[in-house]
Design a binder for this molecule. Structure first.
Ligand SMILES: Nc1ncnc2c1ncn2[C@@H]1O[C@H](COP(=O)(O)OP(=O)(O)OP(=O)(O)O)[C@@H](O)[C@H]1O
Ligand SMILES: [Mg+2]
Length: 362
């Protein structure tokens, strides 16, 4: 066994060897995954054509090369031709025994970020929602009274004042609608876990979107047909996908756009908790749209309740999505640049005994 090669390809982070003319002279398996290209197709190509780093690196890079010192760059956006930029840390060092050559390791921060964000999303969402549910309950009754009173008033006032009572009625209706959405959270049951064919869920969501809010959209299916069954509540999964499709359709606006539903299997994806426990989340579902992207100012908070970038948005869609996914011990993350927004879900695979039970019962 060639141990150098096996170490090189076992490194779980993308790594590149760059020659003295800034061409890629080697790339490990994770690097191929990062570029979404084969080793053969990138070797010999200028590295900065393949990897776009959003920072003025040249000078520091040259210095590191000729002084033989390592270079560390934190928190830079690194992109490659086919994917949205990811926030990464770069570690660059001269390659011992090969003057002028450098090794560069890219550690995407995304995975680390995803792991820690989930818990905070869950607890922040829960406390805000608990509060909101209580308020919703308290506000609905007096609001019905206000609406009723405005309607009574409108019968006896001069026509030019009708605008005012109409406003009261319309605004009250809007608040009632918001409160009903808040209550939807409270009504969310614990998931009824069973083996679920995710492609059935995606199909149902797709068809209902095309008949309603997504009538102007093109929805493309890009499924891995060998994807195993997921484990969870099919109705809740449907709610998740519908919410994501609805957001993408709303972001696209009346001129429409394209949504791609992609599934694939990634057995190495694991959820690790701070207490050291964890489990595998091998089913990946991506909902990719070509709309304008997440608004800059709310990008970091979209999973929090009441955060909305839309006029008339309540900001509860993604909070609900994130609650459902965390009730399923799954993971959700978002990546967005104008023209490409990806919501990625990672779910558990159905355990074998659950699948056997299902077979027996049908
Ligand atoms: N695919 C997307 N493209 C662009 N922006 C998005 C996308 N998905 C979500 N957003 C942004 O994230 C915000 C929060 O979404 P969320 O679904 O939580 O709330 P909402 O859509 O505003 O309201 P609600 O879903 O409760 O009606 C949206 O208002 C929108 O600005
Ligand atoms: Mg929404």
């Amino acid at each position: 066994m060639n141990s150098d090669a096996s170490i090189w390809n076992s490194l779980p982070v993308p790594a590149f060897i760059i020659d003295e003319q800034d061409r890629i002279s080697d790339v490990n398996a994770a690097g191929e995954g990062f570029l979404n290209a084969s080793r053969k197709s990138v070797i010999g190509h200028p590295v900065w054509d393949q990897i776009a780093v959003d920072a003025p690196l040249e000078e520091a890079f040259e210095r590191a090369r000729w002084q033989g010192t390592p270079l560390f760059v934190n928190d830079v956006d690194v992109g490659s031709g086919s994917r949205a930029p990811l926030q990464c840390a770069l570690q660059i060092a001269p390659l011992v025994g090969h003057p002028g050559s450098m090794i560069m390791i890219i550690s995407p921060r995304e995975l680390a970020g995803r792991m820690t964000r989930g818990n905070t999303v869950k607890s922040a969402a829960q406390s805000a929602i608990g509060m909101a549910e209580m308020l919703a309950h308290e506000i609905k009754n007096p609001l019905a009274g206000i609406t009723g009173a405005a309607q009574l008033l409108s019968m006896n006032i001069p026509p030019q004042d009708l605008e005012l009572t109409d406003l009261i009625v319309a605004e009250s209706r809007r608040i009632v609608k918001l409160l009903e959405q808040v209550e939807q959270f409270g009504n969310l049951q614990k998931p009824d876990f069973k083996p679920v064919n995710i492609h059935d869920v995606l199909d149902r969501a797709r068809r209902s979107a095309l008949l309603g809010f997504g009538a102007d959209m093109t929805i493309i299916e890009d499924y891995d047909p060998s994807l195993p069954l997921a484990y969870g509540d099919p109705d809740q999964f449907l709610q998740v996908v519908l919410n994501l499709l609805k957001n993408a359709s709303e972001a696209a606006g009346p001129q429409g756009g394209t949504i791609r539903l992609r599934t694939y299997f990634e057995h190495s994806f694991r959820l690790r908790r701070s207490d050291g426990s964890g489990h595998s989340l091998p089913l990946q579902i991506e909902i990719i749209d070509d709309g304008p992207g997440l608004p800059e100012d709310i990008r970091g908070d979209i999973f929090d309740p009441f955060v909305s970038g839309r006029e008339n948005g309540t900001g509860l869609g993604l909070a609900l999505v994130s609650k459902i996914i965390s009730d399923h011990d799954g993971w959700i993350s978002a990546e967005s640049v104008p023209g490409r927004t990806v919501f990625e879900l990672s779910l558990r695979r159905a355990p074998r005994d659950a699948i056997e039970d299902k077979k027996e019962s049908t």
